[in-house]
Design a protein around this ligand. Structure first.
Ligand SMILES: NC(=O)c1ccc[n+]([C@@H]2O[C@H](COP(=O)([O-])OP(=O)(O)OC[C@H]3O[C@@H](n4cnc5c(N)ncnc54)[C@H](OP(=O)(O)O)[C@@H]3O)[C@@H](O)[C@H]2O)c1
Length: 332
């Protein structure tokens, strides 16, 4: 369907006759999702046939994590990574990859059974912890290696989010991210303080412990100009005000903390994958925009993939340094 009133954006057809009507945009996005899901089902059916012809150790539970599990272990040291908010979306995508690569992963969940259901094989390097990510003690308990408590995590992947109520244009918890970041920073400080006391005379030096904090934030909150397409500005302004205020406060705390942080700002999130579509990376440092990329959508799976490949996987070898202290926009 093309013609007057419709515009193709990033491969998706939008009715632009009434762009201030949020329902119009949301319905367009939903209809795209449905179409995309149908395409994915066909792709899944084909790739499933392909897996079944391979030895079982070559695949995991989701085709997005399809690769040789030991391949990364040969070239990279196994890391210890804490995951906050990984029962779904971007966080689960990053977690799947970290588990498949052999890293020790500690995931804090309000309902561990929800995440356990995603990993029916019960990988030995995935450790589920029950708790609320707003609780400092629960977060602090995830910051050390489960079987070697002297070893602290190399990175934390933070992807907390609330459930959007579109009728009221708010979240079930409007402060979900700011409270989560406050708890994370307090937990890091608490572990440092506790270890500093233990450090006397020991070889463990907690003062040099600086885990990489990879945090999912959002586009639409830049201080350096518009980082979303013009067409989305009314939607972002009216519909997403509440989550964006929460993210602004969360990012401010992060950047003022002095920790090694990367704020990852995805454009509008969709489900599914577009493996052949390149991910464009927008970079903003303290001095302003270093690389400008503006787009409409990206999938949760691709956000998690990018975060794993570029941040978590490189957390302790300087490979993520180019993004540290910066906000990184991701879009197709
Ligand atoms: N929607 C968009 O277009 C868009 C665009 C840019 C950025 N974002 C942001 O991107 C982030 C990730 O989104 P997503 O869709 O990938 O995430 P999601 O699927 O909504 O997952 C959110 C996660 O946070 C967890 N969580 C929430 N509060 C918690 C708490 N107090 N303690 C422990 N866990 C808690 C949830 O756990 P439970 O399973 O227990 O609920 C879930 O694992 C969100 O902050 C979202 O606002 C969204």
């Amino acid at each position: 369907m093309t013609g007057w009133g419709y515009k193709e954006l990033d491969g998706f057809l939008f009715n632009i006759t009434n762009i201030t009507n949020i329902d119009t945009i949301v319905n367009s996005i939903k209809s795209h999702h449905h179409h995309h899901q149908q395409q994915l089902k066909s792709i899944n059916a084909i790739t499933k046939q392909h897996w079944q012809s391979l030895p079982s150790h070559f695949y995991t539970t989701n085709h997005s994590t399809y690769h040789q599990p030991n391949q990364l272990k040969k070239t990279k040291m196994a890391k210890t990574i804490a995951f906050l908010g990984a029962t779904g979306g971007c966080g689960l995508s990053a977690l799947r990859r970290a588990v498949a690569a052999g890293h020790t992963c500690i995931a804090l969940c309000r309902t561990p059974s929800k995440l356990a259901a995603q990993f029916p094989d019960r990988p030995a390097n995935l450790h589920l912890r029950e708790g609320n990510a707003h609780d400092v003690a629960s977060v602090a308990a995830c910051l050390s290696h489960p079987s070697d408590p002297a070893r602290l995590v190399d990175a934390v992947n933070f992807s907390l989010g609330g459930v959007m109520n579109m009728a009221k244009l708010t979240l079930d918890d409007p402060d979900v991210c700011k409270k989560g970041i406050a708890a994370l920073l307090d937990a890091i400080a608490a572990v440092r303080a506790e270890r500093a006391n233990d450090d006397n005379g020991s070889s463990i030096n907690s003062s040099s412990w600086r885990p990489l904090l990879a945090v999912v934030s959002t586009t639409g909150i830049s201080q350096h100009g518009r980082d979303v397409p013009l067409l989305f500005v009314p939607f972002y302004y009216y519909a997403l005000h509440v989550p964006h205020e929460d993210k602004r406060v969360a990012e401010k705390s992060l950047f003022e903390s002095g920790e090694r942080v990367v704020a990852v700002r995805p454009s509008l999130l969709v489900d599914g994958e577009k493996p052949d579509k390149p991910i464009r990376v927008h970079v903003e440092g303290p001095g302003g925009i270093e690389r400008k990329e503006v787009g409409y959508f990206i999938s949760r799976d691709d956000v998690g993939r990018w975060m794993f490949d570029n941040l978590l996987q490189k957390a302790d070898d300087g490979g993520a340094a180019q993004y540290e202290g910066k906000a990184v926009g991701l879009t197709w």
